[in-house]
Design a protein around this ligand. Sequence first.
Ligand SMILES: Cc1cc2nc3c(=O)[nH]c(=O)nc-3n(C[C@H](O)[C@H](O)[C@H](O)COP(=O)(O)OP(=O)(O)OC[C@H]3O[C@@H](n4cnc5c(N)ncnc54)[C@H](O)[C@@H]3O)c2cc1C
Length: 412
Amino acid sequence: MIFQMKNSNTLIQRLKQTPKIIISGAGIGGLSAALCLIEQGIDCEVYEQASELKEVGAGLWLSVNGTRILRSLGLEPQIKESTLEADERVVRLWDSGKTWWLYKKGTTSSSHAPYVMLRAQLHRILIDAVNARKPGTIHLSSRCVGFTQHDDAVEIKLESGEVLRADALIGADGLHSKIREKIFGPLPGRFTKALAWRGLVPMDRLPAHHRSRTVATWVGPLAHVSAYPARWQNQEWMTFSGQVERSDWEIESWHEKGSVQECLSDFTGWHQDIVDIIKNTQTLHKWGLFVRDPLPFWTQGRVTLLGDACHSMVPYLGQGVNMAVEDACVLARCIVANPQDLNLALKKYEQARLDRTTRVANSAASMQYTFHHQDLAHPSTAHDYVSQQWSPEKSRQRYDWIYDYDATTVSV
Ligand SMILES: Cc1cc2nc3c(=O)[nH]c(=O)nc-3n(C[C@H](O)[C@H](O)[C@H](O)COP(=O)(O)OP(=O)(O)OC[C@H]3O[C@@H](n4cnc5c(N)ncnc54)[C@H](O)[C@@H]3O)c2cc1C
């Protein structure tokens, strides 16, 4: 448990010198790291390039390996309040809508039922928690552009020219990390010839039969869709996430917009339920899906990386956000255990995390050819394919090792 780390606080207090940590990036990973550190009495500040913390992003999955960390930080009530508990989880066939049930509330174990929520909600929960515990931690309009290491400190350069001094720097600055670039140089990803559409639909715009609490994964020969309900700003929404194989659009960004027409043409021939969702989506974003080779290391002296900065992954297992939260927890535990030797603490963090995140990223990449498969093109082969790929045994093989990992207790 993360709370067990509090015993180490006495050690830190005895040292009367808590290290000062600077985090670049107030995304999900950076804020989670700040929260884990503050909870343990470690001084930290977060520097974020954006001028405001806008509520952006569509849906994401918090699986049990992520939620057990947030629970240990006391955030379970907020998470529960932001999510709609699913009544069922299903796999559906892209054209006919034929349905297979993976989970039904009350009849199946819910240990693998994810919390589905909007990124904006999780982001807000983390911002509020950091602000409540240590107001003034998050600095906006502060883009980190470089760093210089010294024996006893690291200096962080902001775009404004200001130079900050800290005992360690965490690069939690996402896909296009500047901190990673300073260590490794430019590291473009490899395009997977697929892109992800993301959008939100006000539930009341959809025909009535959509308004059930169903988490659905639709699978097809060249694309798949996740659609699930969410509650946000006192309204119910349907979140739409559609991954499609397409090699003509290669921009790795969360901010690119696409049109309904273009999205519809990516889902030609799909079931009317999917067409309804796309037609009623408020804003559609498209995100080119890239993979990168695993980095050989994450830590250089007093500087390390976290989250997408060091292990971006495609979204097929819904683990990008969960891996960032796991990193944050393990990093804080390593720092608390070694407050007087941060080089060692950061190295131990890397050792604890590199293999796991590499395995998860590789597994996520391989799922493209499970969700998208030519057997799904024909009703004669689709039935056997889905029954086999989503059998209880196959699901356990696919997910148990991911969900069973406990970052609050794993050996570091
Ligand atoms: C705008 C946006 C929308 C997203 N929408 C979704 C979604 O709908 N579904 C989903 O599954 N995932 C989404 N993600 C990605 C998801 O949040 C991450 O994959 C995952 O949470 C890992 O988190 P992270 O903290 O490593 O990266 P991120 O959450 O991407 O956070 C990185 C942060 O670093 C900041 N930053 C970047 N460069 C600098 C710099 N030089 N100096 C200071 N700050 C910097 C960024 O502004 C950002 O706030 C989105 C990410 C972003 C940024």
